[in-house]
Design a protein around this ligand. Structure first.
Ligand SMILES: *[C@@H]1O[C@H](CO)[C@@H](O)[C@H](O)[C@H]1NC(C)=O
Ligand SMILES: *[C@@H]1O[C@H](CO)[C@@H](O)[C@H](O)[C@H]1NC(C)=O
Ligand SMILES: *[C@@H]1O[C@H](CO)[C@@H](O)[C@H](O)[C@H]1NC(C)=O
Ligand SMILES: *[C@@H]1O[C@H](CO)[C@@H](O)[C@H](O)[C@H]1NC(C)=O
Ligand SMILES: *[C@@H]1O[C@H](CO)[C@@H](O)[C@H](O)[C@H]1NC(C)=O
Ligand SMILES: CC(=O)N[C@H]1CO[C@H](CO)[C@@H](O)[C@@H]1O
Length: 488
């Protein structure tokens, strides 16, 4: 019920119910009255031309939901025509999250209308306002990490660096963002992006040690996701990355009751955080606002951990070296590496191995259906008849980048970006295995090379690196969260 209510509050104008429209009109009327009294008779003539009785608010749809300053318009000659706007207003800014990055730097992640930004040279500004010192103002830097993705709303990270430290005596203050439109009619958008209470600023939040060793940021989850696959993923990665890792899962409709159920024990341990993004779906953006939410997660993780990983729930990190991931990361940090990319190995989503040839089929199928995906999908690097794009994912020290993307960050503050040796760190990509709740094994090729088969996949290699870890991960899961249900 609660989320239902807030959903309504966040829908753009065109989606509002009758009651809400009335509220908006009243607000706009008050605004109008204010503007009339402050800007004189010219305005009055604009709204109520000679012929009619003054009827406040009758023509309000003209300016509905848009803060226009029409005081400079000359209506003294000719027949005055009016222009009535209806429909969805494209928002310049939809706030997502604002973060302090340090003593004098702040970042805000927003959705923004790409069209408006492309048409206008919009100036973004930040102010730091306190009760007793003069307001500091700086021009902001607007980073647009996903500008080529074709949707109405794009991602913008607005970065503000003040010339001196602000609020560092814990005196509290407010970060105010302003977006200035060019031209005379549109008044700037100005709003409080972040409020810091007195005593809230704590310098130690912005330097190590952080509460976690690592943060995981994944893409927003949507669709009919298999709870079992999520169970396998979280158990494996908690095992692999260690219990001082925070996994941030973003729910764009995919974390349904059964998925939440398998995450719950890990939430209770403080290792999983679920963010509910379902309200963002009312805005049109690329892939459930993937770039926006990755940037939000990046900025959120700046005060959580030394390193942040960006990959997906159908990808599994793997190392054939003997270093623990946390030591591997520390070694890279010592070498001034602030970002590293790792390769993914594409796995077949339907070929499985039948090792014990004498077993009856039904007995075998019953057994394999309870196996974890990474235990049974062992065919790697197959020839699919088309060139698969080599995909990479990555990790960064979140304090060392301004903004980020899906496959790497182009906005580093300092340090080196390297490619990881796949023996040291790689990931196995089980594409197509998480969305949908069916048995994955479709064929058990006779020839261990996996050729030919009904999936028309050729020349695979068998890679059991992940499969071999099955038993260890299962017992780790049992030790951490006890017996878990199998919910396909
Ligand atoms: C500041 O944060 C650190 C680490 O989180 C904490 O140990 C310390 O007590 C905090 N200081 C204040 C004054 O709240
Ligand atoms: C992060 O890195 C610092 C050194 O830069 C180290 O002292 C610290 O233990 C690391 N781990 C965490 C969780 O902050
Ligand atoms: C985390 O793991 C370490 C060692 O791997 C273990 O000693 C510790 O008890 C674990 N913590 C929790 C909360 O399970
Ligand atoms: C890392 O960077 C610091 C400062 O730029 C430099 O002094 C140091 O030699 C670098 N270390 C390595 C291993 O590159
Ligand atoms: C199969 O893979 C091997 C080794 O990667 C390669 O030499 C061979 O040409 C491939 N065969 C086909 C039919 O693609
Ligand atoms: C164009 C338009 O709708 N104009 C109306 C504005 O409001 C006055 C007063 O109600 C009407 O008389 C106009 O027709």
């Amino acid at each position: 019920m609660k989320s239902q209510k807030s959903l309504v509050e966040n829908i753009p104008t065109s989606g509002l119910g009758f009651n809400a429209v009335v509220v908006l009109v009243v607000i706009n009327c008050l605004l109008l009255v204010f503007q009339i009294s402050s800007s004189g008779s010219l305005y009055e003539r604009a709204w109520w031309p000679t012929e009619a009785q003054p009827m406040p608010c009758a023509n309000i749809t003209i300016a509905m939901d848009e803060n226009l300053d029409m005081s400079s318009i000359d209506l003294s000659r000719g027949e005055v025509r009016s222009f009535r706007a209806h429909g969805i207003a494209t928002r310049l800014i939809v706030e997502v999250g604002s973060y302090r990055n340090g003593p004098r730097t702040f970042s805000s992640v927003v959705l923004t209308s790409k069209r408006l930004n492309n048409l206008h040279d919009i100036l973004y500004e930040c102010e730091w306002a306190t009760a007793d010192s003069p307001t500091l103002k700086v021009k902001a830097r607007a980073i647009k990490p996903d500008w080529n993705m074709g949707e109405l709303y794009g991602t913008m990270v607005i970065v503000c660096t003040f010339p001196k430290d602000v609020g560092t005596k814990s005196e509290g203050g407010r970060l105010i963002l302003t977006a200035h439109y060019p031209g005379a009619f549109r008044t700037p958008e100005r709003f409080i992006a972040l409020t810091e209470m007195q005593g809230e600023y704590n310098a130690s939040r912005f330097q190590p040690p952080y509460p976690y060793d690592m943060t995981f940021c994944g893409s927003p989850l949507y669709g009919n996701i298999s709870p079992q696959r999520i169970r396998e993923w979280i158990a494996y990665h908690a095992y692999f990355l260690g219990n001082r890792t925070l996994f941030i899962f973003q729910d764009a409709g995919g974390i349904h009751d059964d998925v939440y159920r398998v995450l719950k024990p890990w939430i209770d341990l403080g290792q999983v955080l679920v963010e509910n993004l379902r309200q963002a779906e009312v805005y049109e953006g690329y892939y459930h606002h993937q770039f926006t939410m990755l940037n939000d997660c990046l900025l959120r993780s700046q005060t959580l951990s030394n390193w942040t990983f960006f990959f997906d729930v159908d990808e599994f990190l793997f190392s054939s070296g003997d270093k623990k991931p946390v030591d591997l990361l520390a070694e890279n940090a010592r070498n001034n590496v602030t970002q590293f990319l790792f390769k993914t190995v594409k796995m077949s989503d339907g070929l499985c191995l039948k090792e014990n040839k004498r077993e009856s089929d039904s007995h075998f199928m019953a057994k394999i259906s309870r196996k974890w995906a990474f235990e049974k999908l062992v065919y790697a690097k197959c020839d699919y008849g088309w060139t698969t794009v080599e995909s990479r994912k990555y990790a960064v020290q979140p304090q060392m980048v301004w903004a980020t993307g899906v496959h790497y960050s182009e906005h580093m503050k300092q340090g080196k970006r390297i490619d990881m040796d796949p023996d040291v760190l790689r990931s196995y990509h089980y594409h197509n295995t998480v969305n949908g709740r069916t048995e994955l094994c479709k064929e058990f090729p006779k020839n261990p090379n996996g050729e030919p088969n009904s999936l028309k996949v050729k020349n695979c290699t068998i890679d059991k690196s992940m499969a071999d870890l099955g038993p260890a991960v299962r017992s780790y899961e049992f030790a951490m969260v006890g017996e878990q249900p199998f919910i396909l």
